[in-house]
Structures are given as structure tokens and as C-alpha cells.
Design a protein around this ligand. Structure first.
Ligand SMILES: Nc1ncnc2c1ncn2[C@@H]1O[C@H](COP(=O)(O)OP(=O)(O)OP(=O)(O)O)[C@@H](O)[C@H]1O
Ligand SMILES: [Mg+2]
Length: 404
């Protein structure tokens, strides 16, 4: 599993401390180093245990809690302070931040808010992989410019290739909620589906999330589509965002196989993604759809920037339009071209074996391997251009451990 961040908590109220503790204990990346029921003892606890994070609840006595924030921030600057309160009063938030708190969380605490706060701290402290090669918590959506263009083939094989790297932990989510076939590609008979996760998401049961994923031999984990067609409409974009947030906390890479409907669920997934691979073939209907989809993406803030066009089945004779003509039509560059190799691909699917096992030396497999690296590299380049490369900080280890 991912290396852990060590946390100490103070909350004089037994009930609220208990509920916070329960929530934190369910997070693999958090190790509850100490818990304390008295503000006056907490500074000593911090000195002795030297946690990475001090979580201070202000609700029992905000004045004492705020004083404690100031004291810990002065005495142990390496400890990152988070405060939590059921009050959202501006003056309280301001004072907490002035006294040295990094984040102000609201009680009752939502797991995704806590994880998002950890993520922000990690980002601020330059928490990227030591070798600069692999970006952590990377969400990649694979969308298609037409039916049958090869989204599932690429999503599955990309995830399996990524999972080969010992420092990557990869999950695949099948968001083709009606007819998704990711389980077929991996020859997996899953116990749970995205439906179970979405239904239980309000319980914030982190271990349930992990149990709901089925591990393939290649190392990638699958969260499949619902079993019943009726169930697909019951998942809301909000629930999906929460599922993605939880998966991001556990995996370095999440690959999402999107439906072709581009509905609210698909949009929510794309918004939560770092990269959107738009898979196309070089035929007229697909290229025309790319133009339409590009216009559609322009209407949604932040989507266009993440878009990368991938030409699949390059070299296929039928309906093939020249690359220069394609570039002219779609008006944007092509990020990657995957060669056509129907026998390898279709046999791989029919045998329920990823290309890596079925045709490891095929040009097709190599191309998908290079695509995986290219995605990670382009993310790193993007990050660097945004000048986010900072010194290795307190939380950099959060993204550097390998997970089992
Ligand atoms: N690079 C490739 N070379 C040859 N055949 C391919 C390639 N990629 C995909 N295929 C084949 O194309 C067909 C459709 O692939 P796939 O199911 O992945 O597409 P899709 O976009 O997910 O389809 P759907 O719209 O049904 O979700 C499959 O038979 C697959 O084997
Ligand atoms: Mg598909």
C-alpha cells in the first residue's frame, strides 16, 4: 500500500472524536499516531509523537483550540495543522489560518474533503514522484468519437500496461453503464459493481470500496458497470465524483472507459480527469464528431485543455482518410497513433487476456506501452511548465510508495 501520513488528533468531545477517528481509520494512507481528549496535553503529545499532521477540533473550546494551533505552529513547524469545526464563521476561519492552520475543515467531515485537503497540502509541498517520471493520482478518461472505435480496447490495455510499473497502482472504471464490457476483456466475474459503490457511498465505507474492486493478474483493479440495465440511471454525477475521489486516494492511476452518450455522468468523469483521450479512427463520421465534440468541450470549462486525440487502427485500409486531411478537418494535433492489428486485439479480447500477455511483442502492444509513458511524461511537462516543481516536501512520500 501507499506509504502513510501520520496523524494526531485532539477533540475533547468523545463522540465527535470517535466519529473522526472512525473515518480516519478507514483511510489506508492515514496512520492515526495519537488521539488526545485534552487541549492542554496535545502539544506534548505532538512533541513526543512528531506526527506529520495535527488535527485540532475547535468545537469544544475555540479559544483554547486556536491557542493550541499557534503554539504547535511555532514549536513544531514541520507538523502540518488542520483544524475542524462545525462553525463556518469567517472570523474563526481567519484566526485559525493566521495562527498557522493549513486547512479549515467542516464538521461533520466528509472523507473526500479530507482527502482533497491532503492532496492540496501534498501539491503545495511538491509531492511528486522522486524520479519525476510518474505523476501520482492521475485520472485518464478514454472517450470515443464514434461507436466501436476501440475505447475499451485501449482503456483496458493502457491500464494493464501501466500496472506493470511497480510504483503505479491502477484502477479501471467501466462507465459505459449500459453495455460496458471491460469485465469481458479481463475475463473477470466481479462480485461488486460501481452500482454497489454508488449506493453505499454515503456510508463512506472505504474498505467497501476496496472490496468492490476485482484485481486482475496484471495488477490492475476493475470497478465494473452495474449488472442490471435498470441500475445505470441511479448513479448521480455527485456520487460518481465521490467514487473518483476515493479511488484517487488509493490508486496512482485511474483509467475510465466512458460511454458514448456524453451525458452528465460522462461529463462529471471528464471534469474529474487530468487527461481525456479522445479515440478516433480516420473515417469521415469520426472526424466530423471530433469537430462537434471539440465544440461541446469548449462549452465546459477546463475540458478542452485536457483533450488528446488518439487515432486508433492506423493503417486500416477501409475508409482511411489521409493524416494531413484529418489534421485539416479536426484542426488540432494528434497525440498518438495506435496501429491496426485486428488478430492480436480480437484474440486478446476473446481469450480475456490483455495484449501484454497475449501479444507482448506486437507493434500494437509496444505502441500502447509508449502511449502510457507519453501520458505520464506530458503530465510531468505540464506540471513543470506550471512551475510546480518544488523541493521534496513533507508529503512527497505520499506519492512515492508502491502499493500492494
Ligand atoms: N488497434 C486496433 N487494431 C485492430 N482492431 C482493433 C484495434 N482497437 C480495437 N479494435 C477492435 O475494434 C473493435 C471495437 O473495439 P472496442 O470494443 O474497444 O471499441 P469501443 O469504442 O469500446 O466500442 P463501444 O462503442 O461498443 O464501447 C473490437 O473488435 C476490437 O478488437
Ligand atoms: Mg466500449
Amino acid at each position: 500500500m501507499k506509504n502513510v501520513v501520520r496523524l494526531a488528533i485532539v477533540d475533547p468531545n468523545d463522540a465527535t472524536r470517535g466519529s473522526l477517528k472512525n473515518l480516519l481509520l478507514g483511510i489506508d494512507s492515514v496512520w492515526l499516531e495519537a488521539e488526545c481528549s485534552r487541549y492542554e496535553f496535545f502539544a506534548d503529545v505532538i512533541q513526543q509523537t512528531q506526527p506529520d499532521i495535527a488535527l485540532i477540533s475547535l468545537d469544544s473550546d475555540s479559544a483554547q483550540g486556536l491557542q493550541l494551533v499557534a503554539r504547535i505552529s511555532q514549536e513544531l513547524s514541520s507538523c502540518c495543522i488542520l483544524v475542524i469545526s462545525s462553525s463556518q464563521e469567517g472570523s474563526l476561519i481567519l484566526q485559525a489560518i493566521r495562527n498557522g492552520a493549513r486547512e479549515f475543515l467542516s464538521f461533520p467531515l466528509k472523507i473526500e474533503d479530507f482527502l482533497a485537503a491532503l492532496d492540496r497540502i501534498q501539491q503545495a509541498q511538491g509531492g511528486r514522484e522522486g524520479d519525476g517520471e510518474i505523476r501520482s493520482n492521475h485520472v485518464i478518461t478514454v472517450a470515443g468519437a464514434g461507436g466501436g472505435v476501440g475505447c475499451t480496447s485501449l482503456a483496458i490495455n493502457l491500464a494493464c500496461v501501466m500496472a506493470q510499473h511497480e510504483r503505479r497502482n491502477v484502477a479501471i472504471m467501466d462507465l459505459d453503464l449500459a453495455l460496458g464490457d471491460a469485465d469481458v476483456w479481463l475475463d473477470i466475474i466481479p462480485d461488486y459493481t460501481i452500482q454497489d459503490v454508488a449506493e453505499n457511498i454515503t456510508r463512506l465505507d472505504y474498505s467497501l470500496l476496496k472490496r468492490s474492486l476485482t484485481r486482475h493478474d496484471c495488477g490492475a483493479f476493475l470497478l465494473p458497470r452495474p449488472v442490471q440495465l435498470d441500475d445505470m440511471s441511479t448513479i448521480t454525477p455527485d456520487e460518481l465524483r465521490r467514487v473518483i475521489a476515493l479511488l484517487k486516494a488509493t490508486f496512482t492511476h485511474l483509467v475510465i472507459d466512458l460511454s458514448k452518450s456524453f451525458g452528465p455522468i460522462d461529463i462529471a468523469a471528464m471534469e474529474a480527469s487530468d487527461t481525456i483521450l479522445l479515440v478516433t479512427q480516420l473515417d469521415l463520421p469520426c472526424l466530423r464528431n471530433i469537430v462537434r465534440l471539440t465544440q461541446f468541450f469548449d462549452l465546459h470549462e477546463g475540458l478542452s485543455e485536457k483533450l488528446k486525440v488518439v487515432v486508433n487502427r492506423q493503417g486500416l485500409e477501409d475508409n482511411q482518410i489521409s493524416m494531413s486531411k484529418a489534421l485539416e478537418t479536426i484542426g488540432r494535433e494528434i497525440f498518438w497513433q495506435v496501429p491496426n492489428d485486428y488478430p492480436s486485439m480480437v484474440e486478446s479480447r476473446n481469450n480475456g487476456l490483455p495484449l501484454l500477455s497475449h501479444a507482448p511483442r506486437a507493434k500494437l502492444t509496444k505502441s500502447i506501452e509508449q502511449l502510457a509513458n507519453s501520458i505520464d511524461h506530458s503530465e510531468v511537462e505540464l506540471s513543470e511548465s506550471e512551475d510546480r516543481k518544488q523541493k521534496k516536501g513533507l508529503f512527497s512520500f505520499l506519492s512515492s510508495g508502491s502499493r500492494g
